[in-house]
Design a protein around this ligand. Structure first.
Ligand code: SAM
Length: 302
């Protein structure tokens, strides 16, 4: 039996209830949209999009296409990284005139590694109401299906594209015990995974959450030592959208290791390898030889 053979649930009472809820005027609605699957939108979001006087969006073509799928057609206002402040002024004028404006990004939750925060900031500063409409976000979706057991997560977003800056950011995260959450572009996945393994070492777990909610969705968990091989095993893995999760630093003894690595990383950025290892040994009280070996690994010379 295919899923389409099921009877649809009787949605109409709840649809009516949602339609009758309060949707205040003069409000900016920050609306989460699907990260792939068109079905991943809330009933309330559809209502707001249907009743909004205009939709401010990252890319008008993408949003027009999405709205069409829900049978909607709306005035669209381009609101991207480069014009947020000036768009905010226009939206504020319209909100003051009593309109409802929806703010969306191309996919997922606006203002999460996406434009929107500056508009929200300006609208709030103008004393107007901002209402979040929760929904899909790639980071939370990946976390929920990762099986990494940790009460905390640290959302690191996109890593810098340049190798040195990327390593510096990762060094700063070395001692973080929360699960680390990264967004990454497919053409940088190989470099990013190599950098993660270099900085965090071989043993931590990594979870690849690729193409979530889409046809070729993949969730794969392995140790960082196996991560590059997993990406290389299928050419398609250099395509598609990725969330990468990395197990947080372990507590206790391992935490001291993480601290020693962080210190070593900072010194290595400034000093020759031998001197960095010797100083790190003095500061941390750890063995010079072990730190020297680790420094070689970090520099890719081992
Ligand atoms: N605002 C969005 C959110 O709430 O998740 C994120 C926007 S950010 C510009 C786009 C990045 O999110 C992608 O490069 C990828 O890292 C991640 N992403 C978005 N959709 C995804 C999906 N379906 N599967 C895996 N990662 C996804």
């Amino acid at each position: 039996m295919t899923s389409s053979a099921f009877d649809l649930p009787p949605l109409s009472p709840v649809l009516q209830e949602v339609a009758q809820q309060a949707y205040p005027l003069s409000t900016l609605y920050v609306v989460a949209t699907p990260i792939g699957n068109v079905g991943d939108i809330t009933l309330r979001a559809v209502n707001v999009l249907a009743m909004a006087d205009a939709v401010a969006c990252e890319d008008t073509r993408n949003t027009a296409h999405l709205l069409t799928r829900y049978g909607l057609s709306k005035e669209l206002i381009a609101a991207h990284e480069h014009n947020e402040r000036e768009v905010a002024d226009k939206l504020i004028t319209r909100l003051r005139a009593g309109q409802r404006i929806a703010l969306v990004s191309d996919a997922g939750t606006p203002a999460v590694s996406d434009p929107g925060a500056r508009i929200v900031d300006a609208v709030r500063a103008a004393g107007l109401r901002v209402m979040p409409l929760p929904g899909a976000s790639a980071a939370v979706s990946a976390l929920s299906a990762s099986g990494l057991v940790n009460d905390r997560f640290y959302f690191a977003g996109f890593l810098p594209t340049k190798g040195k800056q990327r390593e510096a950011v990762l060094q700063d995260l070395l001692a973080v015990r929360a699960t680390l959450v990264f967004y990454e572009a497919p053409h940088r996945i190989v470099d990013a995974v190599a950098a993660l393994a270099t900085v965090f070492g071989p043993t931590r777990q990594i979870v690849f959450a690729r193409e979530l909610t889409k046809l070729f969705e993949e969730l794969h968990r392995c140790s960082l030592s196996e991560a590059s091989a997993w990406v290389a095993a299928d050419a398609n893995r250099e395509k598609g959208e990725y969330v990468i999760l990395v197990e947080g630093a372990a507590a206790d003894a391992d935490h001291d290791d993480a601290d020693a690595e962080r210190i070593l990383g900072i010194l290595l950025a400034e000093l020759p390898l031998k001197q960095a290892a010797a100083l790190a040994a003095q500061i941390t009280g750890r063995k010079k030889n072990a730190l020297y070996e680790r420094a070689l690994q970090l520099k890719g010379e081992a």
